[in-house]
Design a protein around this ligand. Structure first.
Ligand code: 8YV
Length: 328
């Protein structure tokens, strides 16, 4: 038994944050940042008491099968669909995530993507880079869609969804939302949002933003049928998770121009991107960076490290997901 508890840091993190962890733990770190294969991950987890992971590490029964000493896996992410929580609970492994610290940065980015898609910002930039500015018509091309005084439809009204709604109010937008659970009257008032069913939202919104957690229930929540309900002038933004949108159906709709534009931060099977999406000009593509500001990513790493430290010190981690393990 080593003097210091052993931990795994499964992806590259800030060197100073890693150095701090090395003061208290014997750290196996993956500063190459290459995603572990399932076998590599299982082998690493077999030798540690704690692990810091990202959405790229799937923590399931296979990953846990040799993890005899493991007490905690701390996700550096608020979404935790990479965790099989029942399997972790059955193995007695605490699961934690990083809520709150990324809410505003992620809401900002959702808004940025919506603006970029509606106002054709990246598409126009490509024209400049290709030396084609002189081929544009100054009066009528490229023309975008307004955000101000339009209807913003948010599907998924958790912390980030509410943050986007509040930003929409600043743009004079009429905000409607759909969520599994309706917000309290107070929370609806705070973000000036009106609850509608999903179909109404898709029909009425000029801009649709998806912020729902991924689950079997939300898989392909937006497919061909749902996109067909949207206005031909509408934009669609996915900052939630890949798989919530049927990317092939979205590519087909954008190609046929049945909606105006889209912007994605997340993809089915990322880091792969559906090849049809790459051919389109009416889409903005970002590589899963909604929370990626210096301040927020540091706060996420810090919260994950606090979760890990607490668990290994026999204390309750601040953002424990499987709380039933604590009551045992
Ligand atoms: C993470 C995210 O950067 O927190 C989330 O749910 O999607 C992002 O903030 C990503 O999951 C990497 O772990």
């Amino acid at each position: 038994m080593s003097a210091k508890p052993r931990i795994l840091v499964a992806r590259a993190i800030f060197p100073d944050a890693l150095a701090k962890l090395e003061e208290s733990f014997e750290v196996q770190s993956n500063q190459t940042d290459e995603v572990f294969s399932p076998d590599q991950l299982r082998n690493h987890l077999a030798n540690v008491e704690g692990a810091l992971v990202f959405g790229s590490e799937r923590i399931d029964q296979n990953a846990l099968s040799d993890a005899k000493h493991l007490k905690i896996v701390a996700n550096i992410s608020v979404g935790y669909n990479n965790f099989d929580v029942p399997a972790m609970t059955a193995a007695g492994v605490m699961a934690t995530n990083t809520p709150d610290v990324l809410t505003d940065s992620t809401a900002d980015f959702g808004f940025a993507l919506m603006m970029a898609a509606a106002r054709r910002i990246t598409e126009s930039e490509h024209w400049i880079r290709k030396g084609q500015w002189d081929k544009m018509s100054i009066v009528y091309n490229p023309l975008g869609m307004d955000l101000h005084h339009t209807t913003l439809g948010i599907i998924g009204m958790g912390r980030i969804g509410q943050g986007i709604a509040k930003r929409g109010l600043g743009f004079g937008m009429n905000v409607i939302y759909n969520n599994r659970k309706r917000l309290s009257t107070e929370d609806e008032k705070a973000c000036g949002a009106r609850y509608v069913d999903k179909e109404t939202l898709l029909r009425e919104a000029d801009h649709v933003v998806l912020v729902v957690p991924y689950s079997a229930e939300s898989h392909h929540l937006i497919g061909a049928k749902e996109i067909a309900l949207m206005k031909p002038t509408a934009t669609l933004v996915n900052i939630a998770r890949g798989g919530i949108v049927d990317d092939a159906a979205l590519a087909a709709a954008l190609k046929a121009k049945t909606i105006f534009a889209a912007a994605l931060d997340v993809y089915e099977g990322e880091p792969k991107v559906h090849p049809e999406l790459l051919k389109l000009s009416n889409i903005v593509l970002a590589p899963h960076i909604a929370s990626a500001t210096e301040k927020t990513r540091r706060a996420m790493v810090d919260l994950a490290a606090r979760n890990l430290r607490a668990a290994l010190a026999g204390e309750k981690p601040p953002s424990l997901i499987n709380t039933e393990l604590w009551q045992k």
